[in-house]
Design a protein around this ligand. Structure first.
Ligand code: SAM
Length: 240
């Protein structure tokens, strides 16, 4: 949740009127005190689910921000851990936070839509960033992650079940997305951030087309919905 030590409403508004990259540069110093940083229970659940599939060699956190996923990769990866993000501000905060970790993670400034790696990684993760990609950008994004992985490498990320229309979250997300669409129709640069543009079915299709075999595992600690389906799943996309 937002805290008094996090960014003020004015700072958040300035961020929202910037580009995604510049917006995160501005938000970086206080980012870990906002609800936008992936919460520890989610990181821990993914780490626990991945542990029996490891150990892994080299790990990559795609859109690492201040390093949430790097925290997951640390205990799982024996060779190296790399965080990739296009915000210099976020990378700077991450570098500071993980200075003491051995081996120290590598921080790479790059656009995930133009992945600068070729086959060096065994595990890639991503947390909390897919809302920044338009559906049309997903095939390129996933193809880049596929290219960054060795054959047999794993791309893993959590995905939440969409809230039903009876939930206040359904309307909050729908309202947020509507406001962002209006904002992006009238203001430049665009700030691409949508909550409802990453549905499981089309995402699975994009992954398969990009060269992954896809498996889903429930993240049990988040429980079940009234219809018995999991509230959150881990997507395990294996490079084939
Ligand atoms: C909501 S933050 C999530 C950060 C972190 N993964 C976490 O879970 O706390 C989204 C991050 O994605 C990064 N990002 C968005 N679009 C990107 C792109 N095209 N290439 C690289 N990084 C991007 C932003 O700079 C930001 O650091």
């Amino acid at each position: 949740m937002f805290s008094s030590e996090g960014p003020s409403l004015r700072e958040l508004a300035t961020q929202a009127l910037s580009s995604v990259e510049r917006g995160y540069d501005l938000l970086a110093p206080g980012f870990d005190r906002t609800p936008f940083r992936t919460p520890d229970p989610c990181l821990d659940a993914v780490g626990e689910a991945l542990a029996p599939l490891g150990p892994f060699g080299a790990g990559l956190d795609v859109c690492c921000g201040t390093g949430a996923g790097v925290r997951v990769l640390g205990p799982l990866c024996r060779e190296s851990v790399t965080g990739l993000d296009f915000s210099a501000g976020m990378l700077g905060t991450a570098r500071e936070a993980y200075r003491e970790q051995t081996p120290e993670p590598r921080w790479v400034r790059a656009d995930a839509r133009a992945m600068p790696f070729d086959g060096g990684f065994d595990l890639a993760v991503s947390f909390g960033a897919f809302g920044h990609f338009l559906p049309a950008e997903r095939p390129g994004l996933f193809a880049g992650v596929r290219r960054a992985l060795r054959p047999g490498g794993l791309f893993a990320f959590p995905i939440g079940a969409p809230p039903p229309p009876t939930s206040p979250w359904y309307w909050a997300f729908a309202g947020f997305d509507a406001v962002m669409r209006v904002r992006n129709a009238v203001w430049r640069p665009p700030f691409v951030m949508y909550y409802r543009t990453f549905p499981l079915g089309p995402v699975q299709e994009n992954l398969v087309r990009a060269g992954f075999g896809v498996e889903l595992r429930p993240l049990a600690r988040f429980g079940l919905r009234p219809d018995g389906s999991p509230r959150a799943r881990l997507v395990l996309a294996r490079a084939v």
